[in-house]
Design a protein around this ligand. Structure first.
Ligand SMILES: [Cu+2]
Length: 386
């Protein structure tokens, strides 16, 4: 970072009186650097959205933007900003905003449905997500102060085919700026993945080129804080030629780094995230939820697990106790299969597809075989009924 930018950063952070203020300013800065001067005008209410959305969509359709147009558009900075910002900050940022903890005690638990949702009719899919802070009950005795897409952790599972058109819009209902980065998109991230402030939206269109399970996440600085506070999910892109019939489940592994309870909810703690030692590791946002309520299939069923790890730090060393995968797709199915696999690691920020044929009845634990992480909640039961 150049000296004038660093000086500007120090000045703004010195004025950050509260943690919430810090987060807003840190996020707003991500809109600004390296074009600090244009930053806050990029957040001007009304009028901007249609222009920006049109520009992003146009680009997604292959049209090149001129250099001058690009320099006027708001965008996220590179990730070097994150550590630069946090070196200046003495308070410990956490996700404990008012909205993220309000009415925490009354929040109800629900199991996150792991079934792959059906494909859309036609070749076009409209997806409109809202960035919201909300308390989420992830077990009987634990509510977390979440930053979410659509009020849950993870956000909804999106399902489409290779080559489908996905029209995506994010509307921010939170005081902190947020954004959306789809790993299934090939698009200019500076504009499509840019942050928007409360009340504003960003729209873009993409056509997934490869099959697989791909992470989506908020990309607003500090990215670690936004992913670590729950702003993630998965899109499954099926190949155009259907894979063999199977019971299809989506498992998104995510880690929780939690601070002390505030207003009945435990906030996500940035300093703890930096330590990389999580309190919980979860499949679909709740520790041990599929022990309590297993995935149920029948003998003879083929099971396909779409497994993603959103991290923010750790891989998922995916294994099913008492079973073997006949097929693991390292890349886009139906290509790149490997056969006869006991365990394979899905990297943080990655996704893979695992298949097995359930020819033996029983209760089969599926785990992160890095057992410290299994012990912390990344475990469930596949119940095969005869
Ligand atoms: Cu965010």
């Amino acid at each position: 970072m150049s000296t004038p930018e660093a000086g500007r950063l120090s000045e703004i952070l010195a004025r950050s009186a509260t943690r919430r203020d810090f987060l807003s300013r840190a996020s707003a800065l991500s809109l600004a650097i390296p074009a600090v001067g244009a930053a806050l005008t990029s957040c001007a209410p009304n009028g901007e959205q249609a222009t920006d959305s049109a520009a992003a969509s146009k680009r997604a359709g292959g049209a090149a933007a001129s250099g001058s147009q690009e320099s006027r558009l708001p965008h996220n900075s590179d990730s070097r900003l994150d550590s630069a910002v946090l070196k200046q900050e003495h308070a410990t940022p956490s996700s404990a905003t008012h909205e993220a903890t309000a009415h925490a005690a009354e929040t109800k638990y629900h199991r996150y449905d792991p079934m792959l949702p059906p494909l859309p009719n036609g070749n076009r899919l409209q997806v409109h997500f809202h960035a919201r802070e909300a308390p989420i009950r992830v077990s009987d005795d634990l509510v977390v102060a979440g930053w979410t897409f659509e009020g849950d952790i993870p956000g909804p599972i999106v399902h489409c085919r290779v080559g489908d058109t996905v029209d995506f819009t994010l509307t921010n209902e939170s005081d902190i700026p947020h954004s959306m980065d789809f790993h299934a998109a090939q698009i200019d991230p500076k504009t499509a993945f840019r942050s928007v402030i409360k009340g504003q939206s960003v729209s873009y269109t993409f056509k997934p080129k490869w099959a697989g399970i791909f992470m989506y996440h908020c990309g607003t600085a500090p990215v670690l804080m936004h992913i670590g506070s729950g702003m993630y999910g998965a899109i499954v892109v099926s190949p155009r030629e259907p894979l063999p019939a199977a019971k299809e489940f989506v498992l998104v592994q995510g880690e929780y780094y939690l601070g002390d309870t505030v207003n009945g909810a435990r906030p996500f703690d940035f300093q703890k995230m930096l330590s990389t030692v999580p309190d919980f590791v979860t499949f679909n946002g709740r520790p041990n939820q599929y022990i309590k309520e297993p995935l149920r299939v029948k003998v003879g069923d083929r099971v396909r697990f779409w497994v993603g790890s959103v991290g923010p730090q750790h891989p998922c060393n995916f294994h099913v106790v008492g079973e073997q995968f006949d097929t693991v797709y390292l890349g886009a199915p139906p290509g790149t299969p490997i056969r006869g696999v006991q365990t394979f690691a899905v990297p943080a920020g990655g996704g893979m597809c695992f298949e097995l044929l359930c020819d033996v009845p029983g209760e089969f634990p599926f785990v992160n075989h890095a057992f410290g992480h299994g012990q912390k909640g990344a475990i469930g039961i596949l119940a095969v009924e005869g």
